[in-house]
Design a protein around this ligand. Structure first.
Ligand SMILES: Cc1ncc(C[n+]2csc(CCOP(=O)(O)OP(=O)(O)O)c2C)c(N)n1
Ligand SMILES: [Mg+2]
Length: 391
């Protein structure tokens, strides 16, 4: 065998090869309204104002979201949850965007949108059910206007566009504007999925009232964002035929302003928008992951200095919008929430073995009913088995 046909000797470790992206995304200026030092800055495209009460309520939501997420991580460590996907670090991206939604708008989350769920009034204990294995859903999407969590990376982008196309078609039928919009969440890793590119094409072709909201948290498990994107994701939108904007995802004010504007545009019939929120996943991908195996402490430190809670707290203190009493009240509310979540999680009822037959069909076909009966009889016949108590 000639030397020519031998593969080249591997000169670096596999992880070094992964890291060696020849082109890095070029730096760009994300929209920012609040610096990491807590200074309120203006942006020409987003001349927004917030009342003191709004500033305080943003802070409150950020703190509650973080406390809930921390509690869930602890519950997994105590064996109360099978798994948890921490969102620590992404609170501003989630609270800022979710609070830009109007009552009728619909959100399509991934598996990490716990801050979105809280802002939309989903019971945090019900949300834990999915991670405790007591439910396959947890809430009514029609009531909260948040679809169920989607684990299949990127799939919900297509679901969101289909839903938005429906809104658009109804608006056309009554010769009006959509008046409601869809917010589709996904991650930087998901941006490489065919589903997301297809979703962009369909949304553009049909002027669907959808806002794509990418939380670029720099990692897709152990794969760095440089592997996903050769240009900032926001720039990719142009090639699909709609506007894209990059926002400081750790700045709750900027995220809120940018998402509000994009949703307004979608509701008014201007078609889709893409938002790339630059943020960072401070914790592990999930509680099954060990990020120290693939990323450096220095990177973590850089992002810790951009913490979304710290910067808003600095602003509130510097502008005397929040006093010691306010911060104490928020901390107390967070502890109350954590205690309720802890107790509620442990009390979540175990589902009976028959629930696997539920919610498959609206009208249960005879064949499935027969299988359910067969399964029930089988369980009843087990001595001390799961069906022995009649469930
Ligand atoms: C279609 C599909 N492929 C692979 C996986 C396994 N997986 C789960 S999360 C994930 C990474 C997703 O990264 P990103 O989109 O950046 O979201 P993040 O987890 O960072 O929030 C992968 C590959 C999956 N769930 N679905
Ligand atoms: Mg990611």
């Amino acid at each position: 065998v000639s030397q020519t046909f031998l593969p080249p000797a591997r000169r670096t470790s596999p992880s070094a090869v992964l890291r060696a992206a020849p082109v890095r995304p070029r730096p760009s200026e994300p929209v920012q309204l609040l610096t990491p030092d807590g200074e309120r800055v203006e942006h020409p495209d987003y001349p927004v104002t917030f009342s003191d009460a709004e500033y305080r309520s943003f802070y409150r939501d950020l703190v509650l979201a973080r406390r809930f997420d921390d509690e869930a991580t602890a519950l997994q460590r105590q064996g109360e949850l099978g798994l948890w996907a921490p969102m620590r670090g992404q609170e501003a991206a989630q609270v800022g965007s979710a609070r830009a939604l109007q009552a009728r708008d619909m959100a399509f989350p991934t598996y990490r949108e716990h801050g979105v769920a809280l802002c939309r009034g989903i019971d945090p204990v019900a949300l834990l059910g999915l991670f405790r294995g007591t439910t396959l859903g947890g809430w009514d999407p029609a009531e909260h206007r948040v679809q169920l969590y989607t684990i299949v990376v990127g799939a919900q982008a297509l679901h969101a566009v289909g839903y938005a196309m429906g809104i658009g078609l109804e608006a056309t039928a009554r010769s009006g504007t959509p008046d409601e919009a869809v917010l589709a969440y996904f991650g930087d890793g998901a941006s490489s999925q065919g589903d997301v590119s297809e979703a962009f094409v369909w949304a553009a072709s049909f002027d669907a009232p959808v806002v794509f909201f990418c939380q670029n948290n720099q990692w897709a498990i152990s794969v760095p964002v440089e592997r996903q994107l050769r240009v900032p994701l926001a720039q990719r939108a142009q090639g699909f035929g709609f506007p894209g904007v990059q926002v400081d995802g750790n700045d709750v004010l900027a995220v809120h302003a940018v998402t509000s504007a994009a949703l307004d545009a979608a509701r008014s019939g201007a078609g889709p928008r893409l938002i790339e929120a630059m943020t960072y996943r401070m914790g592990a991908h999930t509680t099954s992951d060990d990020p120290t195996r693939y990323r450096l402490d220095a990177e973590l430190e850089t992002w810790r200095a951009r913490d979304p809670l710290t910067r808003l707290r600095r602003f509130l203190e510097q502008q005397q919008v929040g006093d010691a009493g306010f911060f104490a009240e928020v901390d107390a509310a967070a502890e109350t929430l954590a205690a309720q979540v802890r107790a509620g999680c442990r009390e979540l009822p175990d589902p009976g073995p028959e629930v696997i037959f539920d919610d498959v069909y609206v009208d249960e076909p005879p064949r499935l009913r027969a299988q359910r009966e067969q399964h029930r009889a089988y369980l009843a016949g087990l001595e001390d088995g799961p069906g022995a108590d009649g469930r």
